[in-house]
Design a protein around this ligand. Structure first.
Ligand SMILES: [Zn+2]
Length: 286
């Protein structure tokens, strides 16, 4: 467990940036913490105030900690990026799982992470999308994407199966988020249960074929699920999206206007902090 250090006004946190920690309390409004090494900064309380993030120039791999000149795959050094199973292409394209060919980069890691129940879900981050996640990773996955609604629709036994199911859905619905649209706050709510029924109806023959391949109980509808609604702490949406990049601008400064997905929304631009995991930063908040 990370040590929790609550900051007083005017205090500074320094260290290796991690992706934003986002929780969903019963209020339904996402609660954000910036993490730098062992230090945390509660961000919701900083809305409307000045914040200054300075990248020192150093980057350390989020897995092994070694210094790296460049970050690969959101925070890894090149040796980790090219050898860890969690950095393999099959993680983002699970239908290409190659475990059964005996070529998994780390078979034990694969057994622990990929041969576990996964969910296929519908979400609304910038319109309807389909996605997959490990059963234990909700609602984090949806918060990270900036989804305002999410509904798990199917449970499957393995990550590969979730990829095969997602591939079927991709013929009819996007698997991407348009981050600019997501950050403009113009996302209309959808009837996810109606979308689910429509898609499951249209894909019934294809899903039946997958069940024939993996066994009748392998791909299970989640009938009792209800859509989750998520609010984000935002004072004002950006009219025009300008994005900051620590590689080009080590100093990012402004008034914190909102938090959505893995983005900080400042009055002068937005920054995707997940992209800069592993970067050493100093953060000063008013
Ligand atoms: Zn590494």
């Amino acid at each position: 467990m990370d040590q929790l250090i609550l900051t007083e006004p005017g205090e500074r946190v320094s260290g290796q940036l991690r992706k934003l920690e986002i929780r969903l309390p019963a209020s339904g409004t996402a609660d954000y913490r910036l993490r730098a090494s062992e230090q945390h900064l509660a961000l919701n309380a900083k809305l409307g105030q000045r914040i200054r993030l300075h990248h020192t120039g150093a980057i350390h791999c989020v897995h092994c900690g070694r210094a790296t000149r460049k970050s690969f795959g959101q925070g890894y050094c090149y040796p980790c990026f090219s050898t860890l199973a969690q950095c393999d292409l099959c993680l983002v394209r699970p239908e290409t799982c190659h475990y059964f060919k005996g070529t998994c980069r780390e078979p034990e890691w694969g057994e622990r992470h990929c041969f576990r129940p996964h969910l296929v879900y519908l979400a609304n981050a910038s319109g309807l999308k389909v996605g997959i996640t490990r059963g234990t990773n909700t609602p984090t996955r949806w918060l990270d994407q900036g989804a305002i609604q999410a509904l798990p629709i199917l449970e499957v036994d393995t990550r590969q199966q979730s990829g095969l199911v997602e591939t079927l859905f991709k013929s009819r619905v996007s698997d991407r988020t348009n981050w600019r649209a997501m950050l403009k706050g113009e996302v209309e709510p959808l009837d996810l249960m109606a979308e689910r029924d429509r898609l499951l109806g249209a894909l019934a023959p294809d899903l039946a074929a997958l069940r024939e391949r993996f066994g009748e109980g392998a791909i299970r509808p989640i009938d009792d699920a209800r859509p989750l609604a998520i609010d984000y702490p935002v004072l004002e949406w950006p009219r025009k999206i300008v994005s900051f990049n620590f590689d080009k601008t080590p100093l990012v400064e402004g008034t914190l206007m909102g938090l959505k997905g893995q983005y900080l929304i400042l009055d002068r631009g937005v920054i995707n902090l997940r992209k800069f995991a592993g970067y050493r930063i100093d953060v000063d908040a008013a």
